[in-house]
Design a protein around this ligand. Structure first.
Ligand SMILES: Cc1ncc(C[n+]2csc(CCOP(=O)(O)OP(=O)(O)O)c2C)c(N)n1
Length: 449
């Protein structure tokens, strides 16, 4: 009998399924009819609504297992085999466990959250099991386009579960950049018409996750599981300092020696920006010469390019991370092809998302200097210590943008502060720095008054 699109339902993991093995993850087949899905299996599954699952997450695997692992195993028990996304600190305990997943399960860190939705679409089409896409709520907006114009029931009707770390959740103290997104996260999901489950406690989490999977599968839709801060204990990946590699703090310190007082410096999201801010302050230098891209991960280089275009006579630095660089790699192509000799793009490459728990980036072994050269940066360097830095010809003095890949250790380093000032104040201080020094301020003030 020919299967119609709607009559075909992918299989979930139940005892009536066996696994066949090959080098690719095995396809599950029904023991009776040997098909990858069948109506009997569907009926049997629907007799046990997911919401009736009463086991708590910790009892799911026994008390010795960490909660992140219990969440993964809950998904696996529902037939999920594919996990992808961008790591998040709220989900750090879950993300660290994802790295342990082995065949037949598949786990990949994506370059950005929209890419993760693409990967999930592909997996669903070619495999028919519900993909799990994890992300911070900041990244939910990166995912919106492929979610609404491809995965949505109004488009290609694709089941998937989005596991979203809820930064800035109302009632939880958080950094200012998370406030607005935190306030509207649930509303945004409901505006997209996605069924949304908010994990509350250990006792109901299993049922909610199972419901999210079965709803996705039943209705051919993405569903959302929101994870409040603190729900998954942060079992961060413990990356010990690597004595053979430069530490982030030492590398930033050496680089700051190269940054003149009238240079502008744009620093990326996470530890790098916080370290830059702390070091400028402790040197008694004006933090106003720097702009911290505390949110908007992946966009620091374009902010730097904007400044460099507007003020061609000022040297502009971007201190980027490898995760952020890869997240929106297209921006580097724009810089590489541009005529911005005053821009120095530094990528501190630790192969990891150190700020949110240390999971690898999507291309931890890629030579970013070669990537930059291929994208048009005519002066590109890879350095890993102070001698290399000193040996470089004067940075930012050539006829094209420069690129410096700095190889650093993946450990998280010591405690870092955060700027206490409101973000608005920081941006206006940076703008005053930019406009005043160039002597543009007077003209600008005349124009706006
Ligand atoms: C769109 C988006 N996705 C995810 C995050 C969470 N996040 C904050 S910092 C960070 C890691 C950045 O990695 P990288 O640029 O390599 O710098 P590192 O943390 O290693 O210093 C992530 C994933 C975010 N802020 N925004």
């Amino acid at each position: 009998m020919r299967r119609t699109f709607r009559s075909w339902k992918p299989q979930a993991s139940t005892s009536s399924f066996t696994q066949t093995t090959c080098c690719a993850p095995p396809i599950r087949r029904c023991r009776r009819c040997r098909r990858t899905s069948c109506d009997t299996a569907e009926r049997r599954r629907s007799k046990t609504p997911a919401c009736r699952l009463t086991r708590s997450l910790t009892s799911f695997l026994g008390p010795d297992k960490v909660l992140g692992k219990a969440i993964i195993d809950t998904f696996v028990a529902q037939g999920c085999e594919f996990f992808t996304g961008v790591p998040d600190s709220v989900l750090a305990g879950f993300c660290a466990e994802c790295e342990q997943l082995q065949n037949p399960r598949t786990h990949v860190v994506s370059a950005n959250e929209g890419n993760a939705i693409g990967l999930a679409l592909g997996w669903w089409f070619a495999r028919g099991t519900v993909p799990v896409v994890y992300m911070q709520n900041s990244g939910f907006s990166n995912a919106l386009n492929p979610l609404l114009s491809a995965a949505h029931v109004g488009a290609y009707a694709t089941p998937m579960v989005l596991l979203v770390g809820w930064r800035g959740m109302p009632g939880h103290k958080d950094e200012p950049q998370h406030r607005i997104k935190g306030e509207i996260t649930a509303e945004l999901a409901s505006l997209c018409k996605f069924d949304t489950f908010v994990l509350k406690d250990d006792a109901t989490a299993v049922g909610m996750i199972a419901d999210a999977v079965s709803t996705a599968l039943r209705n051919f839709v993405p569903t959302v599981v929101l994870v409040p801060p603190g729900f998954v204990p942060a079992s961060k990946k413990d990356t010990p300092p690597n004595a053979c590699l430069w530490s982030r703090t030492d590398a930033i310190s050496a680089l700051l020696d190269e940054v003149a007082d009238d240079d502008a410096l744009i620093a990326t999201t996470g530890h790098i920006g916080r370290d830059v801010h702390g070091q400028l302050e402790s040197r008694g230098r004006s933090p106003a010469q720097s702009f911290l891209c505390v949110g908007a991960m992946g966009h620091a280089s374009q902010i730097a390019a904007g400044v460099a275009m507007a003020q061609p006579r000022r040297r502009v630095w971007c201190f980027d991370g490898d995760g952020a660089f890869l997240m929106h790699l297209g921006g580097a192509a724009l810089i590489g092809g541009s005529n911005l000799p005053n821009l120095v793009h530094v990528v501190l490459n630790n192969g990891a998302h150190a700020s949110v728990g240390g999971m690898a980036t999507c291309a931890p072994k890629t030579n970013l200097r070669d990537v930059a050269s291929a994208l048009g940066y005519r002066q590109s360097y890879q350095i890993s210590n102070l001698n290399d830095l000193k040996a470089m010809r004067s940075i930012g003095a050539g006829s094209s943008p420069s690129f410096v890949e700095v190889m650093i250790s993946a450990d998280q380093g010591g405690q870092l502060g955060r700027p206490p000032e409101p973000l608005r104040l920081l941006s206006s201080a940076f703008q005053s720095f930019c406009l005043d020094i160039n002597g543009v301020a007077g003209e600008w003030r005349r124009r706006v008054s």
